[in-house]
Design a protein around this ligand. Structure first.
Ligand SMILES: Nc1ncnc2c1ncn2[C@@H]1O[C@H](COP(=O)(O)OP(=O)(O)OP(=O)(O)O)[C@@H](O)[C@H]1O
Length: 236
């Protein structure tokens, strides 16, 4: 790694992060992440690639505060996640992290309208869902992702690609330190995938957001500024 200054100014940093999974039936267990260190600069787009089982998902889970490493330090926007209580970690994920998951079916809450899905992180943080600011932000983001006028509809009325675009809008709504995307194009046709990637790219280029994306898809990875390759739990 990287100098101390790089780590301090990074949107995301991992210092010697390992994640071991316990032994089962007398086996030796698995080291899914092995002393991984990296600093992701603010305003950059990073793709994490590597063969199946190389540790990409574990990297993302630990980096995003969805899982706790066995050892090492993860910082988001300079905050060390290690000492945080579960409640504080949940708040940090809600307020300072955006997520776009693999399956569009898992990304959106089916019982909420499209615009309610977009502003959900703001509402969970205490904003008034009927407040003028919240409604305007929802509309602005839906326009941005090409879905103006669809806000009152339900997610099931959208195609998979459109639903992923709503997920990107929701990931942007809190202006998070880092947006984590886990195989965001996995279930999409090439055209829909390109639209989703262009939105993530613009979030970086236009808004200065930071995106970290796990992908198997070389076309998706080609949109990133930096490609990190995992192999056997390590960064190559
Ligand atoms: N909950 C778990 N319990 C035990 N082992 C696990 C667990 N999760 C992952 N592993 C193991 O950790 C290693 C890394 O898995 P991980 O899912 O991070 O890889 P990946 O690169 O994301 O794979 P894929 O591309 O197939 O999703 C693998 O050997 C996997 O079997």
């Amino acid at each position: 790694m990287n100098t101390v200054t790089e780590v301090r100014s990074a949107a995301l940093s991992l210092e010697s992060v390992s994640r071991h999974y316990g032994r089962r039936g007398g086996g030796r267990g698995t080291t899914a992440l092995d002393t991984v260190s990296c600093a992701v600069p603010a305003g950059s787009f990073t793709a994490v690639v590597g063969p199946s089982g190389s540790g990409k998902s574990t990297f993302l889970q630990c980096a995003a505060g969805l899982d706790r490493p066995t050892s090492g330090t993860v910082r988001i926007g300079g905050t060390d996640l290690g000492p945080l209580s579960e409640a504080a970690l949940t708040r940090l994920r809600r307020d300072r992290v955006g997520f776009v998951f693999q399956s569009h079916a898992l990304n959106l809450v089916p019982s909420l309208s499209i615009e309610e899905n977009v502003v959900l992180p703001l509402v969970l943080a205490g904003a008034d869902p009927a407040g003028a600011g919240v409604l305007a932000r929802g509309r602005e983001l839906l326009t941005r992702v090409g879905l103006a006028g669809r806000g009152k509809d339900g997610p099931s009325t959208l195609s998979g690609g459109q639903q992923q675009r709503v997920a990107v809008a929701r990931a942007l709504v809190t202006e998070p330190d880092v947006i984590f995307a886990d195989e965001p194009t996995a279930s999409l046709d090439p055209e829909s995938a390109a639209l989703v990637m262009a939105l993530l790219r613009d979030a970086v280029r236009v808004d200065g957001r930071t995106v970290v994306m796990v992908t198997h898809d070389p076309v998706a990875a080609s949109w990133a500024d930096t490609v990190l390759t995992m192999d056997g739990g390590r960064l190559r």
